[in-house]
Design a binder for this molecule. Structure first.
Ligand code: ATP
Ligand code: MG
Length: 442
């Protein structure tokens, strides 16, 4: 991509409404623009990152055994009346009518719709266990949208639903998804802490929020430091792993303000291991048993011929909120560095030459070579002054930069990983480094 042909409207001044660094950065480097309160357009750079996060989330869902589908954004009020949530969901639900006067709503979540699909299509225990997910836009008419895409009204969510024949099986699905979430956040280079949570309007009796520590977070979290020492990367999806996870996260304390029990906290943690931090909720998982399968009559035939209301759970990740959460976690001292798994481009070429001079020609030759080798490359071919170019690319956050100026010999380039020292490399070495970093196989 040539920067001169891209749509990347960088701002010098941003609105004072942008209070936190992710909101400020996303506006400054042209990732998003607000179209009305709490509703945003995703410009090319922001959309590229959003799509990459979605891809990581999807890959990990698929590995866990969940199956992707797509439900609509617009739902009928009928099934919400059946579950009893049409009235109880409150003002956050956007309700409207079509020309036939039918009551519709913009889905804030999908428990009802998925339960209806299950009820109408699955009758036997032989189809269980089943996990279905989709990645779809949601609308919640938040009373106070704020912090950009962190708390907005229209947002992208991945939601998974599990169906099992018994409570025991459903709890295994719950921990399967918990492991999947731990792996997903690890891929995004985030440390997300599962924290016991209230079940809210979704209901049920087992629930964890996944919280990322960040000073600008809206949740306060009380925890035992030891809870952070858990590495899910080598765990397979097995009952042993589920047990290991369950043991670890029930052994060490973590709670948000709503669930915090001061006496218990003092009792089971030491002064040295106590932490009180701010955090961002990036995911939330629920086991709610038969809460929806009973009113909506989602029944399967068990092996011994009995009718059983299916046991369910639901599991959400705020895909669009994660874009902001990653920035909150990774953006410091005017340098943003995207995790390699979601960087918008693999590498940036900062061309310090003028149009068609020998430096520019050298930069474009490198650009072509990198494209040929399957890298996603952006080249700054604008007439901006060098210090502006450097400043912008530190904010855009592509982890690797190649600076093409007059300093180096013809076949040599200045190469730098953001936040580290520059080194001089030849093109072969450059390609090798990038291939290793991104594990690109030809
Ligand atoms: P919160 O407590 O932040 O309002 P919630 O508990 O209402 O969120 P869930 O129903 O658990 O949200 O939704 C699953 C995930 O969707 C959340 O963990 C969060 O990451 C994301 N999410 C929820 N509401 C919003 C919003 N208004 N804007 C952006 N993302 C959101
Ligand atoms: Mg929640």
């Amino acid at each position: 991509m040539k920067l001169s042909r891209y749509f990347l409207p960088v701002l010098k001044d941003i609105s004072s409404d942008a209070k936190i660094k992710s909101h400020q950065l996303m506006l400054r480097i042209g990732m998003i623009r607000q179209s009305s309160a709490g509703i945003y357009s995703w410009l090319p750079l922001g959309y590229k990152i959003l799509k990459k996060i979605e891809k990581v989330v999807r890959e990990e869902q698929d590995k866990s055994g969940a199956i992707e589908m797509l439900m609509p954004t617009i739902q009928s009020s009928d099934i919400w009346r059946e579950s009893g949530r049409y009235e109880s969901y409150g003002e956050e639900m956007l309700r409207f009518k079509d020309r036939q006067d039918r009551e519709l709503l913009y889905g804030p979540t999908n428990e009802e719709l998925i339960t209806q699909l299950f009820r109408d299509n699955i009758k036997s225990y032989k189809s269980l266990p089943l996990m279905l997910y989709h990645i779809q836009w949601k609308f919640r008419d938040e009373i106070r949208p704020r912090f950009g895409i962190m708390r907005c009204r229209e947002f992208l969510m991945k939601d998974t639903y599990s169906f099992d024949l018994s409570k025991e099986d459903a709890q295994k699905s719950y921990f399967r998804m918990m492991l999947c979430y731990l792996k997903t956040f690890q891929k995004l280079e985030l440390k997300a802490i599962p924290t016991k949570a209230e079940t809210g309007p979704i209901g049920g009796d087992l629930s964890h929020e996944f919280i990322i520590l960040a000073d600008t977070g809206e949740s306060e979290i009380f925890l035992d430091k030891n809870i952070l020492n858990f590495d899910p990367s080598n765990l397979k999806y097995s009952e042993n792993s589920f047990l290991e996870i369950s043991n670890h996260y029930s052994k060490y304390y973590s709670a948000t303000t709503e669930m915090h029990d001061k006496d218990k906290f003092e009792k089971i943690t030491t002064k040295k291991s106590q932490m009180i931090k701010k955090g961002i909720e990036v995911g939330h998982i629920f086991y709610f048993g038969q809460k929806y399968s009973k009113p909506l009559n989602a029944i399967v035939n068990s092996k011994d011929g009995k009718n059983v209301n299916v046991y369910m759970g639901s599991y959400g990740i705020g895909v669009s909120r994660l874009v902001g959460a990653v920035i909150e976690a990774k953006y410091n001292n005017n340098i943003m560095k995207w995790p390699k798994s979601i960087t918008p481009f693999h590498v940036a070429i900062i061309n310090l030459g003028k149009k068609n001079d020998s430096i520019s020609k050298k930069a474009f030759k490198l650009y072509d070579e990198l494209l040929k080798n399957n890298f996603e490359v952006i080249i700054d071919d604008t007439e901006n002054n060098p210090s502006n170019k450097f400043k912008n690319f530190d904010l855009i956050g592509i982890p690797f930069q190649i600076i093409v100026g007059s300093k180096n010999k013809d076949e040599e380039f200045e190469f730098k990983e953001l936040g580290k020292d520059t080194k001089v490399v030849k093109i072969k070495e450059l390609i090798n480094i990038l291939e290793k970093e991104y594990k690109i196989v030809k």
